[in-house]
Write a protein that binds this ligand. Structure first.
Ligand code: NAG
Ligand code: NAG
Ligand code: NAG
Ligand code: NAG
Ligand code: NAG
Length: 504
């Protein structure tokens, strides 16, 4: 089915197009007004920045694309703001988060292979500057509530040593939403202290309460940076009845609970915006919401109509749900089609804050582009570069203009999946990648955003051109830092049954 046919079915709002046209005139006027007022008045305070990462949230898991999902708060922010239609992330968690914090591609720092596991003595290299460190330098109060997943084996790897004033959340990839345990051991901290007292509280509720209290205690003479990497909606698929009951019409139990998880996240975001309004901070707040990768199909997330899912460098794994809203945006209420990559957010947010982006990184400052609706400054990016020999010959992908070249193994989750709302059983069409001896794929994403027509054989010169560029990037690749064996020094039994720093 073509993208146009989907839009006719309501998956993509035609209204977006009209809003875009109507906004152009208003945007010009707004720029003029802004230009005249900003020179005459005293310099206003830097914008507050709320950077929300929704874990494993799929392309089709938000109400503004899929009317079966109830996410009114997210939809309102997205529709009033700028919906990002070509915003790319890494195929899994730690690499994307590293890109968000440092503006550097994961393949340059050894984080290109899967994620950092709780038993590995690995963390995001300590000699890179993190986004909150720069914002702190600009006078911001900086807080993180939620999931870290950038390593914890040394205290220096953990949030309060990497630019955050406070940390409330967990270090690793996943855990139970109520017990806050991973493999039976606590992974939950209030700053550096193991926090046992929240057992039984669902994380979306717990986090939103914490965020609201951070907002209420914030000293308003300083700008505020909130990094909110929610646990929602990563597996395990768990949600309180109250949210699940919103979806009585969804027959598939997994999809029903998953949809409830999105609604819980949405309510949490509604509570955060309400607290910002109550404290008078909202009007000067810039929101960025992005997923860290595409939905995990087996956990009932959905990327329809895109191909594949989490763990893969198909579009379904890497073209992420994302939007901007609020302070500093001069053109709003439309869909931005310019190319953005996860590494761009660090310099872009620094620029939005009025600072000077760090030099020598991969990220491009896109603030001018996304705040005015101008052309993207990016025309190419790397999907991933991973030589690790499981299971085939590595995984590599590059985008140049409209073309995308994939070499090696694109990743496990393949195929096109509609949301499974009407089947009781979990039945997927073709879902696992079957290489069939094919190691090279080429797509024209402008004509074929769903990756249905492989052009590799028809366009050998284009393949050669992209491969050559990919190999130039590859010269800067470092081997994946991916120890195969657990480091016994990190065993939680040695630390009162908690996942604890201090062993590398
Ligand atoms: C960080 O350290 C690594 C390994 O020593 C080095 O190759 C890299 O250039 C350093 N990067 C920065 C940004 O300092
Ligand atoms: C949002 O706030 C309301 C009112 O305080 C509360 O009942 C609800 O549990 C909160 N939702 C979340 C997800 O925390
Ligand atoms: C479920 O999916 C079908 C077909 O994909 C769609 O028509 C329907 O509106 C969806 N929603 C519910 C709640 O059944
Ligand atoms: C979003 O991108 C797709 C192609 O990838 C395009 O068909 C669609 O028109 C875009 N949406 C908007 C509103 O521009
Ligand atoms: C050790 O763990 C228990 C729970 O098993 C907890 O109640 C206690 O507070 C912990 N001790 C310390 C020092 O954190």
């Amino acid at each position: 089915m073509s993208w146009d046919a989907l839009s006719a079915r309501g998956y993509i709002s035609i209204g977006d197009l009209f809003t875009t046209m109507a906004c152009r005139g208003i945007a010009v006027l707004a720029v003029l007004l802004w230009a005249t007022t900003s020179t005459s008045s005293s310099s206003p305070q830097r914008p507050n920045i709320v950077f929300i990462v929704a874990d494993d949230l799929g392309w089709n898991d938000v109400g503004f694309r899929n009317p079966d999902i109830l996410s009114p708060n997210i939809d309102k922010l997205a529709r009033e703001g700028v919906i990002l239609n070509s915003s790319y992330v890494q195929p899994v968690c730690s690499p994307s988060r590293n890109a968000f914090m440092t503006g550097v591609y994961p393949f340059k720092v050894g984080l290109q292979h899967i994620v950092i596991w709780q038993w590995q003595n690995v963390c995001s290299p300590l000699n890179h500057t993190f986004l909150p460190q720069v914002l702190k330098g600009l006078g911001y109060a900086t807080h993180i509530v939620g999931k870290w997943h950038l390593g914890f084996c040394n205290w220096d790897c953990t949030p309060t040593f990497r630019g955050f004033d406070s940390f409330f959340g967990y270090y690793n990839s996943r855990e139970d939403y109520y017990s806050h345990k991973l493999s039976g051991y606590l992974d939950f901290r209030d700053d550096q202290k193991a926090a046992w007292q929240y057992e039984g509280q669902y994380s979306a509720n717990l986090y939103s309460q914490k965020i609201v209290s951070v907002i209420e205690k914030h000293d308003k003479s300083r700008p505020l940076f909130l990094y909110l990497p929610f646990q929602s909606v990563h597996s395990p698929t768990q949600a309180p009845e109250r949210y699940v009951n919103l979806y009585k019409n969804v027959n598939n139990e997994g999809r029903r609970v998953f949809s409830g998880m999105v609604s819980a996240l949405d309510e949490a975001i509604g509570n955060v915006t309400a607290a910002l309004k109550q404290t008078g901070l909202y009007d000067n707040t810039l929101f960025l919401l992005t997923t860290d990768n595409g939905a995990e199909i087996f956990s009932h997330g959905n990327n329809w109509p895109l191909r594949g899912g989490k763990h893969s460098i198909w579009e379904g794994g890497t073209r992420g749900t994302a939007f901007l809203h609020g302070a500093g945006l001069k053109k709003t209420g439309y869909t931005y089609n310019g190319m953005i990559h996860a590494v761009d957010w660090m310099p872009t947010l620094i620029s939005a804050a009025g600072g000077t982006p760090v030099k020598g990184i991969d990220g491009i400052d896109q603030w001018q582009a996304v705040s005015t609706g101008g052309p993207s400054k990016r025309s190419e990016f790397i999907y991933n570069l991973d030589d690790y020999v499981i299971p085939l010959q590595g995984q590599a992908g590059i985008r140049m203009g409209d073309y995308k070249l994939l070499l090696g193994y694109p990743g496990t989750q393949d195929g096109w999946h509609r949301p499974m709302n009407n089947t009781k059983d979990d039945i997927y069409e073709k879902h696992l990648y079957d290489p069939q001896g094919k190691e090279t794929h080429l797509f024209n994403l402008k004509d074929d955003p769903l990756e249905k027509h492989d052009l590799a054989e028809a366009m050998p010169e284009m393949v050669a051109k992209l491969r050559e560029r990919l190999l130039e990037y590859k010269r800067h690749m470092v081997p994946a830092n991916y120890p195969d064996h657990p480091d016994p020094k990190g065993d939680p039994k040695r630390y009162n049954n908690t996942w604890t720093p201090g062993w590398c």
